[in-house]
Design a protein around this ligand. Structure first.
Ligand code: AOS
Ligand code: ZN
Ligand code: ZN
Length: 386
């Protein structure tokens, strides 16, 4: 068994990135439910993220979404984060929300629309320069709805051209993270539908282009941990967009639907040496009906619990059972770790870092919810269901 001190050290080094849009009002295509005390601007989203960090100690990074988080002075926003013990993480581009993008953005048949999309991506890199962000996260809503609507290969060429131009614009320390999604909003073809397409483009671009695995972006039954293992092995796993899904891209709290899957993913991360700064552990969630800050705290804890269990896997015993062809023995080693209650270990770790053992309870006691309900009226909508 891995020593608890080693498990704790590894856990303390993990940093989980929370998305600015999870703090804003969100909903489905049917209804956006406004909640009380929701941030009115990006500055207040960062204030809320600071509460998540305050009680968990492992969520010091906040991802931004442009234009949902548009401000005049991004360096000032980065300072605002820094003053609260945070830093700004991935800049998420948005080339899906304007009328021109009906037939796509960087894959659109019209060069003028492609140009507009590319200009937005360049603007995002300018913002990264101002915020000190390392990662540009690209998710494209591009695709087609009907066979014959557009040329599949030509769209790949246009995609490759845009990606190359953005990659070229990046600084030495910056990365391009390409996210895939098997469908939605396009229903026939999607231009980056799977890890293989994302990987092929990233491979051509170079070392600083890597793939993002959004756990909600796969067909039911997909073995996500296999994808994770493979991408890590190839040095191409840039990060995660963690969330849970029951049906499609549900964006529910990570670890809520299938904690065992999250554990299996984290086992591959730990086994593949991915528990370091090279892999961004981002959340991509929307809290439509539940209170947002406690839900984000819960999500961070779910990732931490899965990571702790993955770290507890007795690698030596597992290796021995695997080499001996001991199918049941190897499976038992994994299940022992999964079935371990890691909550006392995590409570101890928090106490050692001067935190309360139960972050959700500590948040409720802090009075922050009452304060924002009192002081903030007319909270901002996150965009549409992210
Ligand atoms: C969309 O389905 C993707 O998950 C995106 O990562 C994301 O939620 C959105 O673009 C917010 O940045
Ligand atoms: Zn995502
Ligand atoms: Zn998504």
């Amino acid at each position: 068994m891995t020593a608890p001190s080693a498990v704790k050290a590894a856990l303390s080094s993990q940093s989980i990135e929370t998305p600015s849009w999870a703090y804003g009002n969100s909903g489905t295509r049917f209804k956006v439910f406004a909640q009380e005390g929701v941030p009115r601007d990006p500055w207040e989203k960062i204030d809320d993220a600071a509460q998540v960090q305050r009680h968990t100690g492992v969520a010091p990074v906040v991802a931004l979404h442009i234009p949902w988080d548009k401000v005049d002075d991004y360096a000032a926003l980065a300072r605002h984060a820094e003053e609260r013990g945070l830093r700004l993480g991935a800049i998420n581009a948005n080339v899906f929300q304007e009328d021109e993008y009906r037939l796509g953005s960087v894959c659109h048949p019209d060069a003028a629309v492609r140009r507009k999309a590319l200009d937005h991506l360049f603007e995002c890199v300018d913002i990264m320069d101002a915020t000190g962000s390392r990662d540009l996260k690209l998710w494209f809503a591009d695709g087609t709805n009907y066979p014959g609507q557009d040329d599949i290969r030509a769209r790949q060429d246009r995609l490759a051209e845009a990606l190359a131009a953005v990659y070229e614009r990046l600084g030495e320390e910056q990365r391009l993270l390409l996210e895939y999604k098997f469908f939605e909003p396009a229903f026939y073809t999607t231009d980056v539908p799977d890890w293989g397409t994302a990987y092929a483009h990233c491979l051509k671009l170079g070392d600083r282009a890597e793939v993002v695995v959004d756990t909600g972006h796969h067909a039911p039954g997909t073995n996500i941990e296999f994808i994770v293992a493979l991408l890590l092995r190839e040095g191409k796993l840039g990060g995660f967009d963690f969330n849970s899904r029951f049906y499609a891209d549900d964006d529910l709290m990570v670890g809520a639907a299938d904690p065992f899957q999250l554990f299996r993913i984290m086992c591959e991360v730990v086994g593949g040496g991915g528990l370091g700064p090279g892999v961004a552990f981002m959340l991509d969630q929307c809290h439509n009906i539940e209170p947002k800050i406690p839900a984000i705290i819960r999500s961070v804890m779910n990732v931490q619990e899965a990571t702790a269990k993955a770290l507890l896997v007795d690698r030596e015993a597992l290796g021995a059972a695997q080499s001996a062809g001991d199918v049941l023995g190897a499976n038992a080693v994994l299940m022992d770790a999964f079935n371990t209650d890691v909550r006392p270990l995590l409570a101890e770790l928090r106490a050692e870092s001067g935190l309360a053992p139960d972050p959700v309870a500590a948040y409720h006691r802090s009075g922050w919810a009452e304060q924002i309900t009192e002081n903030r009226k007319g909270g901002q909508q996150a965009g549409w269901g992210a």
